[in-house]
Ligand binder design. Structure first.
Ligand SMILES: [Zn+2]
Length: 76
């Protein structure tokens, strides 16, 4: 009978530790900025909207891809 009590206690301890760990993980997840809140920019060549972090910055203009950056520079 004592064995069952020990096992139950062990399960309770594991459950408590998991809950504590998960709460800390949730707290950390709230820290990084929401990617949806990132500024949007337009590709200077085709006008597609994309997050600033994904755009290619060249001559103070943003492009959706290296190809469009190259094509834009060839035309201007
Ligand atoms: Zn483009």
């Amino acid at each position: 009978m004592a064995k069952i009590l020990l096992i139950a206690l062990a399960f309770a301890a594991v459950f408590w530790l998991l809950r504590k760990h998960r709460r800390r993980a949730d707290h950390d997840a709230q820290r990084p900025p929401d990617p949806q809140a990132e500024d949007m920019v337009d590709c200077a060549h085709c006008g597609v909207h994309l997050p600033r972090g994904e755009g290619i910055l060249s001559a103070a203009r943003y492009f959706c891809s290296v190809e469009h950056e190259r094509e834009f520079r060839a035309k201007h």
